[in-house]
Design a binder for this molecule. Structure first.
Ligand code: 5GP
Length: 188
């Protein structure tokens, strides 16, 4: 397994220069926040993990050929499939995950897909949108999970991405487990 602490806090760069290049079959970007999120170093940082099928993956689903292909999340944004809203603005929608992994488990997505099937597909012109989704998720975490939370993004097969419409998970509301790599716990 590979786990890189990238130098620059830029999701777009992390995804393209570390994730996709080093782990073409999939990677996970993870940010631990506060005690419940197992943060130990209080200097904001991203973890990028990959190089094998990661722990806590569900089904393994290959990416679609067409990054603009509709998914269940397009139907959720359109209101064709019901969801429980936790956040909404012009460009971002947040809702409760149907299969929560923790007391709070919310998913944040861009309302317009625009080719964003995976984090690695983000272009420089979408940097601001990525930051906005991340901040929306973090503000929600701060409000719902004041003791800490974790934000993560699954990109691709090895990370267990099942819905190919970029999304950020926010989990918290309880003490989360340490991140595991190859069966072993790793400290933040
Ligand atoms: P991924 O594994 O792709 O990173 O995450 C997809 C997430 O979407 C999963 O946590 C899954 O439970 C959630 N999900 C899938 N289908 C639905 C749905 O129809 N409604 C809601 N609210 N969540 C869903």
């Amino acid at each position: 397994p590979k786990c890189f602490p990238p130098r620059k806090f830029c999701l777009r760069k992390v995804a393209g220069e570390l994730g996709e290049k080093e782990c073409p079959d999939g990677f996970r970007v993870l940010i631990n926040n506060g005690v419940d999120g197992c943060q130990s170093v209080y200097h904001l940082h991203l973890h990028v993990m990959g190089g094998e099928v990661l722990p806590d993956t569900g089904d393994l689903v290959k990416p679609p050929e067409d990054p603009n292909e509709g998914t269940i999340f397009s139907k959720i944004v359109a209101g064709d499939i019901p969801s429980t809203e936790v956040y909404s603005d012009d460009s971002v929608y947040g809702f409760k995950d149907i299969a929560p992994m923790a007391a709070f488990h919310h998913v944040f997505i861009p309302k317009e897909k625009n080719g964003l099937s995976q984090l690695r597909k983000a272009t420089d012109s979408q940097k601001k949108l990525l930051g906005h989704i991340l901040r929306s998720a973090a503000q929600n975490g701060l409000k719902q999970c004041p003791k800490g939370f974790r934000i993560f993004i699954n990109d691709g097969y090895n990370a267990g991405q099942t819905v190919y419409h970029l999304h950020m998970h926010m989990v918290g509301g309880e003490q989360l487990a340490l991140t595991r790599v190859n069966g072993a716990d790793i400290a933040d």
